[in-house]
Design a protein around this ligand. Structure first.
Ligand code: 2HG
Ligand code: ZN
Length: 436
């Protein structure tokens, strides 16, 4: 090992788990979008909570920045270093233990490195379901999903990651371990530190394990319906009536340009009899109520048109991305105004959405740079004017720290900074992420 720090890290995790070859570490330094990329000082692969604690104690003593990484599926630059050879990436994939499902409490304890697919398979083998689902399921890990409070496809019916977290184990910046993994439905002994860690994007501690709630498997597979519609207003109306019936688990939207791209890139056939400006996918327990003359298809394979939007758009170039949330009824007007902004006018804007949650994914590909403060400012200011949130389900990352004030008051940001300074006084955990 070329430096005393790396040699000490190797003593903790084993030399074969300290990666320094740039050809190997580059992928850990580049996020999924390819918009953010730096070479890590090293990638450290601990195998236990005790090893994570020892790594953090050492980095804390040395003042070395630590970026925690799971499946590296983030889209806001929150899981990769910023600045070459300044930070170590702590890759959590070896913390992949899975305990037996606790049937009496309908919960399970899993390590941070367990992937969403593994968790889903484990839950379903015990007759349960893990409520959160998202397209990156084969790579996204529990630690990353808790750290970002991942949302995904079924929030409208089953809630986000926060709603599934009963407790977490985490290591603080100085190596202190805090552990709340007991299956306790009621636990009011003070502040809920597990929920403080949830959504903290690696800035307050390193999540090493979680106890997660499970939900019942549906008696029958859900009904998946893709519906062609003339406009976003009609989609919002259909979501409202589907919600009223009380059996809606997902309500997703694709626009015509997204349908065209996913079909071309993924070789998919036209799903409905005709082409439409807007497509709504509803997942419900029983057939949804639809207008008589509507063009629709009932088939679980309809998910593919929505699931593969991000992958399809990414083949067109490195996209400029924004992930925002709006009051759902404001979305038609918001989209009209967004398409008229100085920097979006006349451009193809790809919007796909977890419409039931009011969560829009805005992607532009015909741009010079995947990061554009002008676009950020124009779109996010409009989001704030409509009473929305600038960070829906992907987090703030490094991308949106500058715009946090549009969604949070200065008193809230000051409180967040006070918490950060208390738990990570030297600022080694994910510097530059979340807080301005
Ligand atoms: C999705 O819903 C993901 O498909 C990715 O959250 C969003 O590509 C995006 O902007
Ligand atoms: Zn999404």
């Amino acid at each position: 090992m070329s430096s005393p720090l790396l040699a000490d890290l190797a003593d903790i995790v084993g030399a074969e788990h300290v990666l320094t070859d740039p050809d190997v570490t580059q992928s850990f330094g580049t996020d999924w979008t390819r918009a953010w990329s730096s070479t890590p000082l090293a990638v450290i692969r601990p195998a236990s909570t005790a090893e994570v604690a020892a790594v953090l104690r050492l980095c804390h003593a040395n003042g070395t920045p630590v970026v925690t990484q799971g499946g590296n599926t983030g889209l806001v630059g929150g899981g990769v270093p910023h600045g070459d050879r300044t930070s170590v990436v702590v890759s959590m994939t070896r913390l992949n233990s899975v305990a037996a499902v606790d049937r009496a409490t309908q919960t399970v304890e899993v390590g941070a490195g367990v992937t969403l697919s593994q968790l889903q398979a484990h839950a379903s083998s015990a007759g349960f379901r893990y409520a959160v689902d998202l397209a990156a399921r084969d790579s996204a890990t529990v630690g990353g999903m808790v750290a970002t409070n991942a949302g995904g496809l079924r929030v409208v019916g089953l809630g986000d990651t926060r709603a599934q977290v009963m407790g977490v184990e985490a290591v603080l910046a100085d190596g202190t371990i805090i552990r709340r993994l007991e299956p306790l439905a009621k636990d009011n002994g003070g502040y809920n530190l597990s929920q403080l860690m949830t959504g903290s994007e690696g800035t307050l501690g390193v999540i090493t394990a979680a106890r997660l709630r499970l939900v019942r498997q549906p008696a029958e597979p859900e009904v998946v319906t893709l519906i062609g519609l003339p406009d976003v207003e009609s989609a919002v109306d259909l979501v409202a009536s589907a919600r009223q019936r009380g059996d809606l688990t997902a309500a997703e939207m694709i626009r015509a340009e997204g349908m065209a791209v996913v079909r071309a890139v993924c070789g998919l056939t036209q799903p409905l009899a005709n082409e439409h400006p807007v497509y709504l996918l509803l997942e419900t327990a029983t057939l949804p109520d639809l207008p008589n003359d509507v063009d629709a298809a009932v088939d679980p394979r309809m998910w593919e048109y929505r699931d593969r939007q991000a992958e399809a758009v990414a083949t067109l170039g490195i996209p400029f991305k924004l992930d925002v949330c709006l009051p759902i009824t404001a979305i038609p007007e918001f989209l009209k105004e967004m398409d008229q902004l100085p920097d979006t006018q006349g451009r193809e804007v790809h919007v796909y959405a977890h419409l039931g949650d009011g969560n829009l994914h805005i992607n532009l590909v015909d741009i010079d740079e995947p990061t554009s403060e002008r676009l950020d400012e124009q779109v996010l200011t409009l989001v704030a004017q409509f009473g929305g949130s600038i960070a829906a389900e992907h987090g703030v990352g490094v991308h949106k720290t500058k715009w946090l004030h549009l969604s949070r008051s200065s008193a809230e940001i000051a409180t967040m900074k006070a918490i950060k300074n208390t738990l990570d006084p030297t600022g080694i955990l994910n510097p530059g992420v979340l807080l301005p």
